[in-house]
Write a new protein. Structure first.
Length: 257
């Protein structure tokens, strides 16, 4: 990936509209950011326009198998039959797959984000504050701050201490974006799908001829979505898996029942 290295003055010049306290930065020139809500809405409208049928707000509760073949998925008492199935159920994929007889070790990694509308200072580019373990993303007129990784916690409870920690650590780098600006902003919590080695699971599970798994992207699900889509597409087209994708083998930890 192409990158430039900046000293204190350089990183400040890159972000002329904010007061920064950073010794330096690495600028990844091909990096980008987006507003996930707007992105998903646009994706949906493209999918509809392309004639895709989307069933939302239904929970898959079971799978019907015939030998190594998944015949249908069951949701709300209805059976959805298909030639091919791709399971991309985030951290819940492991539970879903138990119904197909497959083990997939996975843990939730809880994180929080706070989105501040019309901040007094707005960075020009998104940044990952490595020492603080925090990401900062401008989204139109809003600024999103995200961080923390609570592994193994399934509850969606927001822990105030964690949220205060995010805001405090961020202020070290952006001193004018004081924590009190975020008073009244409701923190959002989400569960990342985390595999034991931190790598995604992408591929066919041995012994299940028509089921492909795409999950385990932990902190990088959005960033890795295009390459995941390419790998899944190649699997569904029957192409040989790329040698570089072997590390993502969905069967690397599991055994089939
Ligand atoms: C605070 C925070 C900040 C983040 N920031 C970034 C970032 O800057 N960049 C980045 O690349 N990634 C980021 N991530 C990580 C990213 O959000 C995840 O990697 C990504 O969401 C994983 O996508 P997924 O589709 O695999 O799973 P999910 O987004 O979890 O989607 C899984 C879907 O499957 C559905 N589902 C589950 N079980 C069933 C069932 N039985 N029946 C029907 N539907 C079911 C769920 O309802 C859900 O809609 C962040 C995560 C958090 C928590």
């Amino acid at each position: 990936m192409k990158c430039s290295f900046f000293n204190r003055e350089g990183v400040q010049a890159l972000n002329p509209n904010v007061t920064l306290d950073a010794t330096g930065a690495v600028h990844y020139l091909q990096d980008a950011a987006l507003a996930p809500g707007a992105f998903v809405a646009a994706l949906l409208s493209h999918a509809h326009a392309a004639g895709l049928k989307i069933k939302s707000r239904i929970e898959i509760t079971d799978a019907r198998r015939s030998g190594n073949h998944i015949q249908s998925l069951v949701a709300g008492g209805r059976h959805f039959a298909a030639d091919e199935f791709v399971i991309a159920g985030g951290v819940w994929t492991a539970r879903l797959l138990t119904r197909t007889g497959i083990d997939l070790p996975m843990q939730p990694g809880k994180g929080y984000s706070l989105t501040l509308d019309n901040p007094p200072e707005m960075p020009s580019v998104c940044s990952i504050l490595s020492e603080a373990h925090i990401a900062l993303t401008p989204m139109g007129r809003s600024l999103r701050v995200a961080g923390t990784m609570e592994v193994g916690t399934w509850d969606m409870k927001v822990r105030d201490g964690r949220v205060r920690g995010i805001l405090r650590r961020r202020q070290r780098f952006f001193p004018k974006l004081e924590p009190k600006l975020f008073e009244g902003v409701t923190p959002w919590a989400g569960l990342r799908p985390v595999s034991p080695d931190g790598l995604p699971y992408i591929g066919r599970r041995h012994g299940t001829g028509n089921l492909t798994v795409a999950t385990g992207h932990a902190m990088m699900g959005l960033s890795l979505a295009p390459v995941t889509r390419r790998l899944v597409g190649e699997i569904l087209e029957g192409k040989q898996p790329r040698p570089s994708a072997q590390a993502l083998d969905a069967a690397r930890f599991s055994r089939r029942r």
